[in-house]
Write a protein of this length. Structure first.
Length: 176
């Protein structure tokens, strides 16, 4: 049996994992997800938000067997070697809670501790049929990044927050 992980190329966060028996593991993202990988989260009143990760935002890696990644893929990450090849062992990412707020004009992501170096931050936010892709940074010795966005929909939105080294978070958040 072989184990593969689909991950966000910019941050290393695993967003899907599969165990395959038989032939060699797939090595092309498109052969696993097609043109995009939809992540869904329930909102109020039976509605569902979809956050679409395009195949060009993703990569795939053959990795060591990690059953936890099947249950909680966002809790794991793919690390790269100095020559930009995925390491075979998935990294267990630090968990965190709270710290994500959403307004009609910004998504703020705050970590529970200060960073030791400049840290990239990504957020994907559902807004009706579209997905906003936001990028920013938490400065060294900082705890948060504010990512500008213009949301057109009201109510709750799906938010995928990605900070390298920290577990990814997929949540339904109301605009405050």
């Amino acid at each position: 049996m072989s184990f593969s992980a689909v991950y966000v190329a910019d941050t290393g966060h695993v967003v899907g994992a599969l165990a395959v028996t038989g032939a060699s593991p797939p090595n092309a993202v498109a052969s696993l997800v097609g043109t995009e990988l939809p992540l869904r989260i329930s909102l109020d009143a039976g509605k569902t938000a979809t956050i679409a990760l395009t195949a060009r935002q993703l990569a795939v890696a053959a990795v060591d067997d990690e059953p936890g990644a099947l249950d909680d893929p966002l809790g794991f990450g793919v690390e790269l070697t100095p020559d930009a090849k995925p390491k075979p062992a998935l990294a267990q990412l630090r968990s965190w809670s709270g710290g994500i707020t959403l307004t009609a004009s910004a998504c703020t992501i705050a970590l529970p501790v200060e960073t030791t170096r400049l840290t990239p931050v990504r957020a994907l936010i559902s807004d009706g049929e579209q997905t906003h892709v936001l990028a920013g940074e938490i400065p060294a010795s900082g705890r948060q990044a504010q990512l500008p966005v213009v949301l057109t929909g009201t109510g709750k939105h799906g938010v995928l927050a990605l900070v390298p080294g920290w577990a990814g978070r997929l949540e339904a958040l109301a605009v405050s």
